[in-house]
Write a protein that binds this ligand. Structure first.
Ligand code: WTA
Length: 667
């Protein structure tokens, strides 16, 4: 690098460091899907009919009668009386214009040259055949089909096949453990599973069927399993034979070549899918999303926030095993008829240029990723993206956790070349799609702050009594009115649905919707322009690399390890992951807190949940800080994990233990 170059860099750094507000680039605004700032007022005035425009993005078999039925809060219903099919909306209706255009661009792990372009016509064929396979297996409308696959094309194909026959899918992230699979299949009473033999990670084949089989051994009912062959002969070494109730996907497909299956007419409020997510207790929550509201929400936000147009090549680097992939790789983008990319693998294999190579090769128009990835890119250095032409990028997005202004600015300059707006999208598994974010063609951007609530949403930051807090003060994020993409309930557990999301700020005896407030369990503050800065979870959920993990789930995994008496898990700040898992463990008499024990605990957590939950540190201690009533004071453990000054210890029954633990943590 020349001296001149580095001077420029320094100048740029200084200029950016000082700037805390950015106008959307003009070249972007000129072509944006939404540019009229009047949309906020218009939606407020027309609420809830403002959502008719979102519903108009869909094709209906039968028109809906009512936009919102709020007669039984918080069990809101949207677009009632309407009938439609999600797979029809994501595929069939695009065929007249887009049959030969790519629906999915799949970039596989670069072990073999097996990237695939799947046109809308091919997607139509493959989804129909998959639907015929499922039907033939006995899958009926409303039977829940569990999908346990990595980022291979069969995952979205089978999801859409389920949607086609009205069978809700429940996708379990492939990196989750056997135990997590079993828990979810039992909770959903799911009698069908589509999985695969294995997949590649960093070039090596990984045995997925063994993990699947271990999980199936703990499923309490009979299961028909379909196994996708991902590895071909590279999986031979694993030596699996399929059991009687296990079927080879390709064999089944061969029997259904060219089959067509009529899309089933689904009621607007019929379940489209379940997605299990972590909560405060050990038991994951089965978030239920329905057909019309969810699809309208993801289509509308894909268009308004991600600025997707049919001719785009849109790249979301998330995994379909999480909600981001459901909403913004599969349903939203395909409902709009665009080209959605999916890639298998990791951003640093085979090199740290992986993402930039993909963007350059496919001329991606958007990139939607997570702060944890951006922080890694930043750490690796700008030389990797600089080697590639990223000028096709028109918009950048981030999701999953708060993004710090430095990472935001790095993303804006080094990936977007200051020509692509960034949307920092706050939302959750439960909200179905985006909730708080700028509209990229309308609002200025403020690094670190997600932005205003989307038009038609009433988001308020309140104190513990539910009163709006003053500007700039930290409070709790609440959503005061329903929206089409919201979860409808927790599967088979209406009571927990109310308890988890509504009880805090609602009058639960009231049937007046005004008395019902949704609480996502995030802390936030708001500024004079209504921009919301999300501060993070306020419950016992930690956010590791943008993935939600319940501390209780991890604790129960640790306590399950032989020799462990008690455990407390907290989130500590982490440069790359955002938060990391810190475990404080009391052992039973006769056990040693040595490396072996530490390894057993790490393994226990990986077995119960998956490698993403692996503790960053395991600290052995004779006691945990407890209040006089016996509650563990996690706050103090967080202070220790973050190496911060300790909070008030005066209410502890054993104040001396805190310094003791801190001493051990420094080892
Ligand atoms: C956090 C992921 C700050 C938040 C789509 C939320 C964010 C949880 C952001 C949901 C953001 C997500 N800024 N925090 N832009 N996006 N979060 O269900 O704490 O996996 O409650 O959905 O992630 O995680 P989930």
């Amino acid at each position: 690098m020349t001296d001149e170059g580095s001077n420029d860099d320094v100048e740029l750094e200084v200029r950016l460091a000082e700037q805390d507000e950015f106008e959307p680039p003009e070249s972007f605004v000129e072509q944006a899907n939404v540019t009229d700032a009047g949309i906020y007022e218009e939606f407020e005035e027309n609420w809830p009919d403002c959502w008719e425009g979102a519903a108009d993005l869909l094709s209906w078999d039968e028109d809906y009668e009512t936009v919102l039925d709020d007669s039984n809060p918080p069990f809101y219903e949207w677009f009632t009386g309407g009938k439609l099919n999600a797979s029809y909306n994501c595929i069939d209706r695009h065929l007249p214009e887009r049959a030969d255009e790519a629906a999915l661009e799949w970039v596989g792990e670069p072990v073999e040259e097996d990237n695939r372009t799947i046109t809308y016509e091919e997607l139509h064929r493959e989804v129909n055949e998959a639907a015929a396979v499922l039907r033939d297996l006995g899958v009926g409308e409303d039977d829940i089909v569990t999908l346990y696959m990595p980022m291979i094309p069969q995952l979205p194909i089978v999801m859409l096949a389920c949607a086609r026959i009205g069978a809700p899918h429940s996708v379990v992230f492939a990196g989750f453990s056997a135990e997590a699979l079993a828990t979810r299949m039992n909770a959903a009473d799911s009698e069908y599973l589509v999985t695969c033999d294995g997949y590649y990670r960093r070039g090596d084949p990984l045995d997925h069927l063994e993990k699947t089989n271990t999980g199936l051994a703990d499923v309490e009912h009979g299961v028909d399993t379909v196994v996708v062959d991902r590895l071909g002969s590279n999986g031979d070494d694993f030596g699996h034979d399929l059991a009687d109730d296990q079927h080879d996907y390709d064999d089944l497909l061969a029997d259904h070549e060219g089959a067509t299956v009529e899309p089933v007419e689904r009621d607007a409020e019929d379940m489209l899918f379940l997605m299990y997510t972590s909560g405060t207790t050990g038991q994951p929550k089965g978030v239920k999303h329905t057909t019309a509201g969810y699809l309208a929400w993801t289509a509308w936000t894909s268009q308004s926030v991600l600025d997707i147009k049919p001719e785009d090549t849109y790249f979301c680097a998330a995994d379909i095993g999480w909600i981001t992939g459901h909403s913004y790789i599969v349903y939203g983008p395909l409902a709009l008829g665009t080209t959605s990319m999916m890639y298998e693998g990791t951003p640093d294999y085979p090199t740290r240029e992986r993402l930039w190579e993909i963007i350059e090769a496919y001329e991606a128009d958007q990139l939607y990723t997570a702060p944890t990835a951006i922080r890694s890119f930043m750490k690796w250095g700008e030389e990797y993206p600089e080697r590639h032409d990223l000028s096709s990028l028109r918009l950048l997005g981030t999701v999953g956790e708060p993004i710090n202004p430095r990472a935001w600015k790095w993303y804006y300059t080094h990936i977007g070349n200051e020509e692509a707006p960034i949307v920092d999208t706050w939302w959750q598994t439960e909200t179905g799609g985006h909730m708080v974010t700028t509209l990229p063609g309308v609002n200025d951007m403020k690094p670190g702050s997600a932005g205003p609530a989307l038009p038609g949403l009433d988001v308020q930051i309140v104190d513990t009594s539910g009163e709006a807090v003053e500007q700039g003060r930290a409070g709790y994020l609440t959503v005061q009115k329903p929206w089409p993409g919201m979860l409808r309930t927790l599967y088979n557990n209406d009571e927990r649905f109310i308890e988890e999301y509504w009880a805090e700020y609602s009058d639960t005896d009231s049937d007046d919707p005004e008395d019902w407030v949704y609480f996502p369990e995030d802390g936030a503050k708001v500024d004079e322009d209504g921009y919301i800065t999300v501060l993070g979870r306020v419950d016992d959920v930690i956010n590791v690399s943008g993935h939600r993990l319940g501390t209780m789930e991890i604790e129960s995994a640790i306590v399950g390890v032989e020799g462990v008496a008690e455990a407390a898990v907290v989130g500590g700040e982490h440069d790359l992951k955002g938060e990391a898992v810190y475990a404080y463990v009391i052992l039973e008499e006769g056990y040693e807190g040595d490396d072996e024990m530490r390894a057993a605990i790490v393994e226990g957590v990986e077995d119960a949940i998956g490698p993403i939950a692996r503790p960053e540190a395991v600290v052995f201690t004779p006691e945990l800080p407890k209040t006089r009533s016996g509650k563990i004071m996690r706050r103090l453990l967080e202070d220790i994990a973050n190496d911060e000054e300790l909070g008030d210890t005066s209410t502890l029954q054993n104040p001396e233990i805190v310094e003791d633990i801190r001493g051990k943590s420094d080892d």
